[in-house]
Write a protein that binds this ligand. Structure first.
Ligand SMILES: Cc1ncc(COP(=O)(O)O)c(C=O)c1O
Length: 382
């Protein structure tokens, strides 16, 4: 009740993915579950407890407001790390709550230490270093000053991690760039070692690097998309397949997105369907109207191209996707009625609509489509 569509999350698929990824990363490496973007659209309130039950005890978010939400659902013993934005005013809150955070510029580091001193607590910091992504990270030429500052303030922080992020490990076209980043990261690491400032963990790999560059799996990995059952790109999938064709427990999608038929109607030949003139019925047609539109995360660019499943058959979106509805062509389906189940993403009988096919049609990335699924669509674990 009170919703126009719903999302189902498969617990067994999640278990499968965690097991598959753990086999790749090995026993010694910590698994940090990346739950930014409302756990890539899956809902942090669902993913955190499920992940903890499967032995995951570390979570990564982008910002303080995401960390604030995550704190409500994680158990006390699980770590929580902010990888992106943490304003100076929020650092005090993070330090008080033992939340780990990336530090990538001198100002933020100085502020963190100042606050830690005033609170008589240690700041749990991960130093991000610039290896070639060119987003955030300390430059190599800043190292002497950084080391000096860290030595002077040793008592006020815990050096939780030394980290970086790769610029496109999901595509072979970036091979040289990524290899170069790995080399530069080790250069940073050696610098810290030489000065006897040793991080608790070194971590560089997201899903793509974990799956395709084994030497980026260090003391911790930060896995987002793969835990939800999606390959970061077709290339990463091919890499795993060619490496070990008999590999079991391949990634499985957790998410299914469903709705119900809202109305069925017949349209005479020569009539336009929906807003404007983008679809003309050239014969007598039967259409089903669905209560999902772009306000619900179904992209308008899927107008006249998207597909959904009804009664185990694939049917096409016709006309323009509106804010709250879309129409699909059910002319060839007998007995479609108001209330019939419609699968927007996922399986129905023997057919399925994958997010990737969906994304290709609408020219979006998996990541983008998932993160745009509105938080108010109810999610159920099945
Ligand atoms: C710093 C950082 N680490 C890890 C991840 C997780 O990436 P993925 O979802 O590809 O595993 C991201 C996501 O963009 C990120 O920005």
């Amino acid at each position: 009740m009170f919703h126009t569509s719903y999302i189902e999350l498969s617990k067994s698929a999640y278990r499968n993915n965690i097991k598959y990824l753990r086999k790749i990363i090995g026993k010694e490496t910590k698994f940090s579950s990346v739950i930014k973007g409302n756990a890539y659209g899956h809902g942090i309130e669902n993913i955190i407890p499920m992940a903890e039950k499967m032995g995951v005890d570390h979570f990564s978010v982008f910002s303080a407001n995401e960390a604030f939400e995550a704190l409500k659902f994680k158990s006390e013993s699980s770590g929580l790390m902010i990888m992106g934005l943490l304003d100076y005013e929020e650092i005090e809150w993070a330090v008080k709550n033992d939340i780990e955070f990336f530090v990538f510029d001198p100002g933020k580091l100085e502020k963190a230490i100042e606050i830690a001193k005033s609170l008589k607590k240690k700041a749990h910091i991960h130093l991000e270093v610039e290896t070639g992504f060119h987003r955030t990270g300390f430059e190599y030429n800043y190292m002497p000053k950084l080391i000096e500052f860290m030595k002077k303030n040793r008592d006020h922080f815990v050096f939780e991690g030394l980290c970086t992020h790769y610029a496109g490990a999901e595509s072979i076209t970036n091979y040289v760039r990524v290899k170069n980043q790995i080399r530069i990261f080790h250069k940073f690491n050696r610098y810290f070692q030489r000065h006897n400032i040793i991080p608790n963990r070194r971590h560089t790999a997201s899903s793509a690097a974990t799956l395709t560059y084994p030497n980026t799996i260090m003391d911790m990995v930060r896995i987002g998309i793969a835990q939800y059952g999606f390959w970061p790109s077709p290339e990463t999938h091919m890499y795993r397949f060619r490496k070990n064709p008999s590999e079991s427990n391949y990634l499985r999608r957790l998410i299914s997105w469903k709705t119900r038929v809202m109305a069925v109607k017949e349209v005479e030949p020569g009539e336009f369907i929906g807003y404007g003139t983008s679809f003309l019925a050239n014969k007598k047609m039967k259409i089903a109207v669905l209560p999902v539109g772009y306000a619900n995360g179904f992209s308008r660019s899927l107008s006249n191209t998207g597909r959904v499943l009804i009664k185990g058959r694939r049917v096409q979106v016709i006309g323009i996707v509106t804010m709250n509805t879309m129409s699909v062509n059910v002319s060839d389906l007998p007995n479609v009625e108001k209330g019939d189940e419609v699968v927007l993403i996922g399986k129905q009988r023997r057919l399925s609509i994958s997010i990737s096919s969906f994304c290709e049609m609408s020219d979006q990335l998996n990541y983008q489509l998932l993160a745009r699924l509105p938080a108010n669509i109810p999610r159920y674990i099945v």
